[in-house]
Design a protein around this ligand. Structure first.
Ligand SMILES: *Cc1c(COP(=O)(O)O)cnc(C)c1O
Length: 407
């Protein structure tokens, strides 16, 4: 018997769950792109888009996914032959470096592996070795979605300042924006990239680049820029079409408008706190399961370096793949594959999975996903320690504020 019917939950971790409000906002006839409602709506989008990244500076919207947003960042930051230092803690850090290299940037990768956070002493050594200050930018991933490692962005800024190194600081927040605490201006970030389909709860199709006035100035003559990717007209459009270098992505924009309203209504700090509590519930469950089976465990040992929107874990091969299959077809919860941990052709691949807790998710969704996972372990005979669901519920119970009850 299957118990998967009912509303399915996609926890893979991106695209993420799309709120009905976002979907409803997109369900409309094609708007006039020359005047009227669309123009007024987009006018109001800019301040909210800046607010979600905690910046007062500049932002450009692209019709693109995350890879497109990387390319937009590269095109505006660099000239052919420029040097960059890339801090990689998983597949996505490497991916940004590959994108930059393919465009002619000399990108040096500091690879910290798949389970370890950025080692600042290695970054310091690399920056000190660059006596001529040739490195134009340091690129890093705030939360690497493959490993779920979170990088301390402010610490990297502090290191640059302490060493007096002028490199621009560029951060991939595709998996963390609208989930994990992120303060672009306070943390001295020069460039932030994100996309619509993760914490921003909107279908894939919009890429964003926020950039500092300093980056705008320092990158004025970057020669990798082509007309479509140039952020200059997009961030300072005189004509409406310049915002998008052509036809606006009309329905995505109406969806994004609704998603940003939802974030503003809840409050960004509350959004971060919700993700923090849900993440800690997932970690508590894995700790309990792992106490009865040493093959089960979280990918990142130190909670300080764990992302709050996604959790990468191991279950021992082939249990992770078997469990994913079971939760999807018997429980209605689709979990994420273990991305970048092993090749799909290798047996080890089937030992890894990821649980998303990203965007439009609440206590019952995360607790439900964990309970379905445990049901699957029971059904499949995967050994696991007891008490995981009670531990997860305990985290949620402690995190939620008391209610002024009427009863
Ligand atoms: C999802 C993701 C990307 C890639 O985004 P696409 O839309 O798949 O191109 C890049 N970086 C991070 C951190 C991501 O989570």
């Amino acid at each position: 018997m299957s118990l998967a019917n009912g509303r399915a939950y996609l926890a893979i971790p991106g695209p993420s769950v799309m709120p009905d409000r976002v979907l409803a906002a997109m369900h409309r006839a094609a708007p006039n792109i020359y005047e009227g409602d669309l123009h007024r709506m987009v006018e109001g989008l800019w301040p909210d888009l800046k607010a979600v990244a905690c910046t007062r500076q500049n932002v450009a919207i692209y019709i693109a996914n995350g890879h497109g947003a990387w390319e937009a960042a590269n095109a505006n930051l660099f000239s052919r032959g420029d040097r960059a230092l890339v801090l990689a803690c998983g597949r996505f850090g490497i991916g940004w470096a590959e994108s930059a290299r393919a465009m002619g940037v000399s990108a040096e990768v500091l690879d910290f592996g798949k389970s370890s956070p950025v080692d600042l002493s290695r970054v310091e050594a690399a920056l000190k070795a660059d006596r001529a200050h040739e490195l134009k930018a340091v690129l890093l991933t705030h939360v690497d979605t493959s490993s779920s490692i979170r990088t301390d962005v402010a610490a990297v800024r502090q290191l640059l300042d302490t060493l007096g190194h002028p490199a621009l600081l560029a951060v991939d927040c595709i998996a963390s924006l609208g989930c994990d605490e992120y303060r672009m201006d306070d943390w001295g970030v020069d460039l932030t990239v994100a996309a619509s389909q993760k914490g921003l709860m909107t279908p894939p199709g919009l890429g964003f680049v926020w950039f500092s006035d300093r980056a705008k100035e320092r990158c004025r003559d970057s020669d990798l820029r082509t007309p479509y990717w140039d952020w200059t007209p997009r961030a300072g459009a005189r004509e409406f079409y310049q915002n998008f270098n052509g036809t606006a992505p009309t329905h995505h924009l109406f969806g994004l408008r609704e998603a940003l309203s939802m974030i503003a209504e809840e409050g960004l700090e509350q959004v971060w706190a919700r993700h923090d509590a849900l993440a800690r519930a997932v970690w508590a469950a894995f700790d309990a399961w792992g106490a009865g089976n040493s093959e089960i465990g979280l990918n990142v040992a130190d909670p300080a370096f764990r992302g709050r929107s996604v959790t990468a874990a191991r279950l021992g091969a082939p249990h992770a793949s078997r469990l994913r299959e079971w939760t999807e077809h018997r429980g209605g919860v689709t979990l994420g594959i273990g991305l970048g941990m092993a090749l799909p052709s290798e047996p080890a691949y089937h030992g890894f999975l990821r649980v998303a807790h990203m965007g439009h998710v609440n206590a019952h969704m995360t607790l439900g996903a964990l309970a379905v996972m445990e049901a699957g372990m029971v059904a499949l005979g995967i050994p696991h320690g007891p008490g995981a669901l009670a531990a997860a519920a305990g985290v949620i119970g402690k995190a939620a504020s008391p209610l002024a009850s009427a009863y």
